[in-house]
Design a protein around this ligand. Structure first.
Ligand code: PBG
Length: 324
């Protein structure tokens, strides 16, 4: 059939028609909202590098969690910050750390809300790397895994439903899974940052978490943006080691990685719409060159269309209000 019998525009002729043939829908239940915790009382401070995002103390985060639950968003992802950093990042596994306190407070007030915690050392180490640095100045992979398992266990003990290792050390999922099995945390899920790229798009986040490495970069552990086969190998290993959900991060420059992951593996795939992707839209909207809301929806629907089952995004609250 050719023109004039076949007119593709027929299915675009009205909003009702477009709605009927729409293939991809973004749902509130697809979303995870990231939140930043820091020590203190009654803290709610807007973050300068990430307009619309706030730092909360473990007490004030409870009201925020209630609001998120009310919006129908099923999960939050918590990031912490050290008061005192050291070489090992030992505050990351402190029983009374800001994240651990926040998890307890939120689970008490909102037992239905899924609490996910980011597990990494970079916000807690004096050098800002995601693992420990040995005498030769290199990241010690296996020693890092041991500490990461301690961090994960402390989060599970506080009541986290899901822990999410973002460090990119080899074998850390296995270390964490073993620590959970040994301590009876059979139901604590692992959402692994499996294909995490060494990306410029984490810029705004590193300002927030104060986690920029003081020397070197993350290229010996995070992936080269030029590679995709390696992402599949990383995902396969994480699943073998005991991950329940795998993640591709960032999302927008890596939509092909998301689609391939969804096609090749049979477990949920999450995509992280990172801080730089969020701020790119905010900055362009502030400059008056695009419509913020439309651009936001286009970005998120594209991530879903690529194959993501779950989207971690700083836009989550806004989207929830919009599509409700
Ligand atoms: C910590 C971590 C980072 C992000 C999540 N966990 C930063 C990094 O790896 O440097 C980035 C999140 C974002 O940019 O929104 N390892």
């Amino acid at each position: 059939m050719v023109f004039p019998e076949n007119r593709m525009r027929r299915l675009r002729s009205s909003e009702a028609m477009r709605k009927m043939v729409r293939q991809t829908s973004l749902n509130v239940t697809d979303l995870i909202y990231p939140l930043f915790v820091k020590a203190g009382r009654a803290v709610k401070e807007e973050i300068a590098s990430m307009k619309g995002c706030f730092h909360f103390s473990p007490d004030s985060i409870v009201d925020e969690a209630k609001e998120i639950q009310q919006l129908g968003i099923p999960a939050i992802l918590l990031f912490g910050q050290a008061v005192q950093k050291d070489e090992q990042g030992s505050q990351a596994w402190a029983e009374d750390g800001a994240v651990q306190q926040a998890v307890r407070a939120i689970k008490m007030a909102c037992p239905q809300l899924l609490v996910i915690t980011d597990v990494c050392l970079c916000a807690y180490t004096s050098h800002g790397h995601c693992g420990v640095v040995n005498d030769a100045g290199k990241i010690d992979n296996d020693a890092s895994c041991e500490l990461l398992a301690k961090v994960a266990l402390s989060h599970a003990q506080a009541g986290a439903d899901v822990i999410a290792p973002s460090d990119m050390m080899d074998g850390r999922v296995a270390y964490i899974r073993q620590a959970f099995e040994e301590n009876g945390f059979y139901d604590t899920a692992i959402m692994a940052y499996s294909a995490k790229y060494a990306s410029a798009f984490y810029g705004p986040f590193r300002d927030v978490a104060d986690s920029t490495p003081t020397s070197g970069d993350r290229k010996t552990y995070q992936m080269d943006p030029a590679n995709i086969d390696e992402a599949m190998a990383e995902i396969a290993l994480d699943i073998e080691e005991g991950a329940d959900i795998v993640m591709v991060k960032p999302a927008i420059c890596f939509l092909d990685v998301i689609s391939r992951a969804k096609a090749e593996f049979d477990i949920p795939v999450a995509a992280y719409n990172v801080s730089g992707e969020y701020m790119m839209i905010n900055a362009a909207a502030d400059a008056g060159v695009l419509d913020r809301e439309v651009a936001m929806m286009e970005m998120l629907v594209s991530i879903k269309r690529a194959g993501a089952d779950i989207i971690i995004t700083y836009f989550a609250k806004e989207v929830a209000k919009l599509i409700k």
